[in-house]
Ligand binder design. Structure first.
Ligand SMILES: *[C@@H]1O[C@H](CO)[C@@H](O)[C@H](O)[C@H]1NC(C)=O
Ligand SMILES: *[C@@H]1O[C@H](CO)[C@@H](O)[C@H](O)[C@H]1NC(C)=O
Ligand SMILES: *[C@@H]1O[C@H](CO)[C@@H](O)[C@H](O)[C@H]1NC(C)=O
Length: 343
C-alpha cells in the first residue's frame, strides 16, 4: 500500500512538473514567430485563433466564453490600424480572462504594444467592458472609392457587414448587448485621405461622398439597436514621419484636406443625432490632441515630435503613434465620456 501510494504521489508530482510546460486557457500556443510550448492544459485545444493572419494560436476551451456573473457592457469599435488589435470575430470572443477576446491581450497594433482600445477596455474602463474590435489595418471607408494597400483589407463597409451578418447583431446569448449597454465607435479616414488628398478634383465634394457612405453605415447600426456612438475625427497624419518625408507642400495640402473633412464630419454627427431620436453621440477631437502633444512633446514626456520606434517617442513607427501616445488618447477619451457606462 505504502509503495503504491508513494508511486501515485510521484505520478502526481511528475504530472505537475509536466504541466508547467503547458499553456493555460487563452494563453498563446503557436504562431509564426512563437517558440514556446504548444501543449495546452488538459481540456482546451490549441487552435488557430486568427486564420486571416496565421500569426498566433491560442488555447481555447470551446466556443462559449467562460461565464461571468457581473454586469458587462459592450464596445464595438470600427476603423483602421490606429484602432485594430487584429481581433478575429470568428474565434474566441471577449471574456473575463481577455476582454478583447483574441489574440492574447493587448493584440497586435499598428504602432506596436497596447493601443487606446486596450487601455480604454482594461485600464480607464468604468465597468467590465467586453470589446469586439472589428477595425482592420489599412481600412478605407469603401475600397472602391479609395483602394487599400492590399485587396484583402476589410473596409468600413466590410467591418459593419461583419458585425451585422456575423451573428453578433442579433444579440446572441454569447453577446447580450442592448441599446443601453453597447457603445459603437468609428475612427476612420486616415487611409482615405492619405490615399486621395493629392488627387485632382473637388476634395470637399469627395469628402461628402465618403461621409454619405460612412453615415449610411451608421444608420444600419441604428436599425439593429445601436444608440451610443463615439466618433473619432481624422488625426494629424500630415505630422507623421512618413508624410514629413514627402515635404512641406504635401504636408500642408494633406493638413488642409483633413481639416475640411473633420468640419464636414462634425456637421454629419450633429445631423445624425438630430435625425435619430434616442441616439447619444460623442466626438473625440483626435486632430486637436495630436496638435497639442506634437507642438509641445516634452511636456507630455516625449523626446520630440518626429522620432519613432523607441521608448520615449510619440511615434511607434513612421505612420502610427506608439503605446505611450495611445495611453494619453485613451485617458482623454475616458475624460470625454466620464459618467458613461464604459469609461
Ligand atoms: C525561435 O527559435 C529560432 C531557432 O532557435 C530562432 O532563430 C528565432 O529567433 C526564435 N524566435 C523567437 C521569436 O524567439
Ligand atoms: C476594467 O477591466 C478589467 C479587465 O476586464 C477588469 O478586471 C476591471 O474590473 C474593470 N474595472 C472596473 C472598474 O470595472
Ligand atoms: C462603394 O463605392 C462604389 C464606387 O463608387 C459604389 O458603386 C458602391 O455602391 C459603394 N458601396 C457602398 C456600399 O456604398
Amino acid at each position: 500500500m505504502y509503495s503504491l501510494l508513494s508511486l501515485s504521489i510521484l505520478a502526481i508530482l511528475v504530472r505537475r512538473a509536466a504541466a508547467q510546460a503547458q499553456v493555460p486557457v487563452f494563453g498563446q500556443c503557436g504562431g509564426l514567430t512563437y517558440n514556446g510550448s504548444t501543449t495546452c492544459v488538459s481540456g482546451p485545444q490549441c487552435s488557430l485563433s486568427d486564420a486571416r493572419f496565421s500569426v498566433f494560436s491560442q488555447c481555447v476551451p470551446g466556443t462559449a466564453p467562460p461565464p461571468f456573473a457581473g454586469p458587462i457592457n459592450f464596445w464595438f469599435p470600427f476603423g483602421d490600424s490606429y484602432t485594430s488589435t487584429t481581433f478575429d470575430p470568428t474565434s474566441v470572443l471577449p471574456n473575463i480572462h481577455n476582454p478583447l477576446g483574441n489574440p492574447p491581450f493587448p493584440g497586435f497594433t499598428g504602432g506596436g504594444g497596447e493601443n487606446y482600445v486596450g487601455y480604454d477596455t482594461a485600464t480607464f474602463n468604468a465597468s467590465v467592458v467586453f470589446t469586439y474590435n472589428y477595425a482592420f489595418g489599412g481600412a478605407t471607408i469603401n475600397a472602391s472609392l479609395v483602394a487599400p494597400f492590399e485587396p484583402t483589407v476589410l473596409s468600413l463597409i466590410d467591418q459593419v457587414n461583419e458585425f451585422l451578418s456575423g451573428g453578433v447583431a442579433s444579440k446572441p446569448a454569447t453577446t447580450p448587448w442592448t441599446s443601453a449597454n453597447a457603445l459603437f465607435s468609428v475612427w476612420i479616414g486616415v487611409n482615405d485621405l492619405a490615399g486621395s488628398y493629392f488627387e485632382p478634383g473637388d476634395r470637399g465634394a469627395f469628402a461628402d461622398v465618403l461621409l454619405d457612405e460612412y453615415f449610411a453605415l451608421m444608420q444600419k447600426l441604428v436599425a439593429v439597436g445601436a444608440r451610443n456612438f463615439l466618433f473619432l475625427n481624422v488625426p494629424r497624419v500630415d505630422l507623421t514621419p512618413l508624410v514629413i518625408s514627402s515635404g512641406g507642400a504635401a504636408q500642408a495640402q494633406l493638413k488642409s484636406v483633413i481639416s475640411d473633412f473633420n468640419t464636414r464630419l462634425a456637421s454629419r454627427v450633429s445631423a445624425f443625432k438630430a435625425t435619430n431620436a434616442g441616439v447619444t453621440t460623442w466626438v473625440w477631437d483626435s486632430n486637436t490632441v495630436f496638435t497639442t502633444i506634437l507642438s509641445a512633446p516634452t511636456q507630455f514626456g516625449f523626446v520630440d515630435a518626429v522620432s519613432f520606434g523607441n521608448t520615449g517617442d510619440f511615434w511607434g513607427n513612421n505612420f502610427h503613434p506608439g503605446p505611450a501616445a495611445h495611453e494619453i488618447f485613451a485617458k482623454d477619451i475616458s475624460a470625454l465620456m466620464v459618467g458613461s457606462l464604459w469609461f
